[in-house]
Design a protein around this ligand. Structure first.
Ligand code: BGC
Ligand code: BGC
Length: 681
């Protein structure tokens, strides 16, 4: 298992001047003349004239927005060299090209991404838009002027961008059972992302998390395919209705990770070895079970929501059971990527490989490229991110070229991949408006958007226990607040926030849960993280406990410990155990023993084990998930400004040893069952 975390570059390139605006294309100025020619029945003459983009006296067919997209794609494809085609299939990382965007021009790169935490030197909306436009100009400076597609992980809002609205992670959204709200969040995310440059997001994860020890459980809407499917309105919010992709508040969406990323078996032999024991692992299930738990959400994602791209999973499938030798990596799975996804389900978008994922396939690099492109991967996320990796897309391009030259990859496969990618670019309107439309720039992090995030945080709270109607709190009493997650927006927002792994910082604009409590309570509020300050007998106690941020396999229970992230100050990552820390446990015990009432709020990406003896001391227990930047949404339900309506998106186990535990299991005996949630008022 390759989970070699390597340090990211510590120094960021200096800020760059704003890009020059591209001169409007000649054909656009001449459009009336073109229309006249068409009206005069001269269409054939225009189309048949031998032309190049360089002497853009008239629009080439592919440049004509009046023509149907398939015709534009066919025309453009017919003008492209092999190098241009392979360039379209190649995705580099921001760090790879930032110092020298002419790499985009010279290599005919079709796409660039920002990995988690890969942000412009000045992390502002305008700097993002300037950055993407600068790369865009480099793409347009090619003979055919094919625009660049820029992708980013807006998995809970445009989390990389400082000042963007940060929504609850998917597990909290699953708890809301509110697909219309999830669509609205998708739309806001799209607006904030596109206004700052990127036109494509690697979201939503339509994973079905079956084992909460998985470090990506919080990226899942829940443990049942039906719940996940109901939340695919996220795709509609991101992309709009068919035909709306070219609007300045929509982005291309990605259904990920195809398929079975949440269905991998925990590998005990890998626990505490520095590898990921469950993330990127193997689905050891029958094909029927795989269809039900892994593939099912993709059917509506494709047929009803028309998702534009699909990202294969790092994981493997082994339908035969037994030894691991039969396991097939999803990036190599032609039967699922091509036969099932593209042919049987009619997926007509494109497949983007995950981060250097093809490098986990067996064989030489040439074998890896050949296998994945022939399996149906259309675009290749091959970052270098110097000095992390010696090679990336710079190796991909000559390797694929060689494979085509030696007939190991057919020209038909290349043309199919490129047509799919170009179709998305045409539908996004990039040929007409390659540069960032900044109309909605001022909406980023707006009051209205924060209000939706606050509503989402409130709706996502699940009330698990409420002895003697402790909640909602009356508000006129004094309040005593403790716990590691009471005053930390970074812990509330989790991974994929400002950095890949997230961090325990208070940098993201918003309110902590403590801020929210201070605004809601009318009595005096005392805050003491470890509950060492005196606890007034008459106070209502609120202890906010939980996890610290993580992403991917670093969040696996038994996952690697790792200290490189400079944003974390080089401190080793907290071990993820699904258990409360000793400090949090002590704070709960103290407050519950001394305060008038005691409410425990668990801020975490998944259920956490509450031992029976501790539970007995707790009056009210709330699953808060990762509520995002609006801690006030949490206090809204604690103080009865809004009712508790959330329902568990996953089963809440009694012990870690119960994992994996899911509704419908034989002998199902969780602490709180899937769908459970008390209501107030
Ligand atoms: C993750 C993807 C993500 C990609 C780009 C990968 O490691 O698995 O979910 O979209 O990185 O950041
Ligand atoms: C990137 C992430 C990516 C991860 C994969 C990180 O350095 O920032 O976006 O998902 O590497 O290993």
């Amino acid at each position: 298992m390759s989970s070699d975390p390597t340090p990211r570059p510590s120094s960021r390139p200096a800020p760059r001047p704003a890009p020059r605006r591209a001169p409007r294309r000649a054909w656009r100025r001449r459009r009336p003349a073109l229309l006249a020619a068409l009206a005069a029945g001269a269409l054939a003459a225009v189309l048949l004239q031998p032309q190049t983009a360089a002497d853009a006296d008239e629009a080439l067919p592919y440049q004509d927005p009046g023509l149907p997209v398939p015709q534009r794609v066919a025309d453009l494809l017919g003008r492209m060299s092999l190098a241009e085609k392979i360039g379209q299939m190649t995705q580099a990382e921001r760090v790879d090209v930032d110092a020298d965007p002419s790499l985009i021009t010279d290599n005919r790169l079709g796409s660039v991404l920002s990995g988690g935490g890969s942000v412009p030197a000045e992390n502002t909306p305008t700097a993002w838009a300037d950055m993407v436009d600068r790369y865009q100009q480099a793409a347009l400076d090619t003979p055919l002027g094919i625009p660049l597609l820029y992708g980013v992980d807006s998995v809970h809002g445009h989390g990389n961008l400082l000042g963007a609205t940060v929504f609850p992670h998917n597990i909290g959204l699953g708890a809301t059972r509110d697909p219309a709200l999830v669509e609205r969040i998708g739309h806001i995310t799209a607006e904030e992302t596109r206004a700052s440059g990127p036109q494509w997001v690697f979201a939503p994860c339509i994973c079905v998390a079956r084992d909460d020890r998985w470090g990506r459980t919080y990226e899942s809407f829940g443990e049942t395919p039906s719940l996940v499917t109901s939340m695919e309105t996220a795709i509609d919010g991101l992309q709009g209705a068919p035909g709306q992709l070219d609007e300045p508040d929509r982005v291309l969406a990605t259904a990920k990770h195809f398929a079975g990323d949440g269905l991998t078996a925990y590998d005990d032999s890998l626990a505490d070895t520095g590898s990921y024991p469950i993330d990127q692992g193997i689905d050891r299930v029958t094909r029927a079970e795989f269809d039900r738990l892994a593939l099912a959400p993709y059917v509506p994602a494709i047929k009803e929501h028309h998702v534009g791209s699909v990202m294969p999973s790092f994981s493997s499938t082994d339908f035969n059971g037994g030894d691991t030798d039969d396991a097939v990596k999803m990036h190599a799975n032609a039967d699922l990527l091509t036969t099932w996804l593209k042919q049987q389900q009619g997926f007509d978008g494109f497949v983007i490989s995950d981060w250097r994922a093809i490098r986990q396939l067996p064989g030489t690099y040439a074998d890896q490229v050949k296998t994945s492109v022939n399996a149906g991967v259309d675009m290749f996320m091959e970052p270098i991110q110097a000095p992390n990796n010696p090679t990336g897309w710079d190796e991909f391009i000559p390797t694929l070229t060689q494979l085509v030259d030696t007939d190991q990859v057919s020209m038909a496969r290349i043309d199919d991949a490129v047509s799919r990618i170009l179709t998305a670019k045409f539908e996004l309107g990039l040929f007409e408006h390659p540069f960032t439309d900044r109309t909605h720039l001022a909406q980023i992090g707006s009051k209205a958007h924060h209000a939706v995030a606050r509503q989402a945080a409130a709706e996502s709270q699940v009330l698990l226990r409420n002895q003697r109607h402790t909640l909602p709190l009356r508000g006129n009493h004094d309040v005593y607040v403790a716990g590691s997650n009471a005053d930390n927006i970074g812990n509330q927002t989790g991974g994929w926030t400002l950095t890949w792994q997230g961090g325990s910082t208070n940098v993201v604009p918003g309110t902590t849960i403590l801020d929210g409590i201070e605004r809601s309570a009318r009595g005096a509020v005392t805050y003491s993280e470890t509950a060492e300050k005196r606890i007034p007998r008459k106070a209502d106690g609120i202890v906010v406990v939980g996890e610290t941020p993580y992403a991917e396999g670093f969040g696996d229970v038994g996952g690697p410990q790792w200290a490189w992230d400079p944003a974390d100050g080089g401190v080793p990552r907290q071990k993820q155990t699904m258990r409360l820390s000793d400090a949090d446990t002590r704070a709960v015990q103290k407050v519950c023993a001394q305060a008038k009432s005691c409410t425990v709020v668990v801020v975490s990406g998944r259920p956490m084990v509450i031992p029976p003896a501790l539970l007995r001391q707790i009056d009210a227990l709330v699953a808060s998930w990762l509520p995002g930047s609006e801690g006030a949404g949490v206090s809204d339900v604690l103080f009865g400004r809004r009712p508790f309506t959330g329902k568990l998106p996953v089963s809440w186990p009694r012990t870690v040893a119960q994992e994996p535990i899911n509704v419908g299991d034989p002998g199902y005996d969780p602490l709180y069952r899937y769908g459970f949630g008390l209501r107030t008022r």
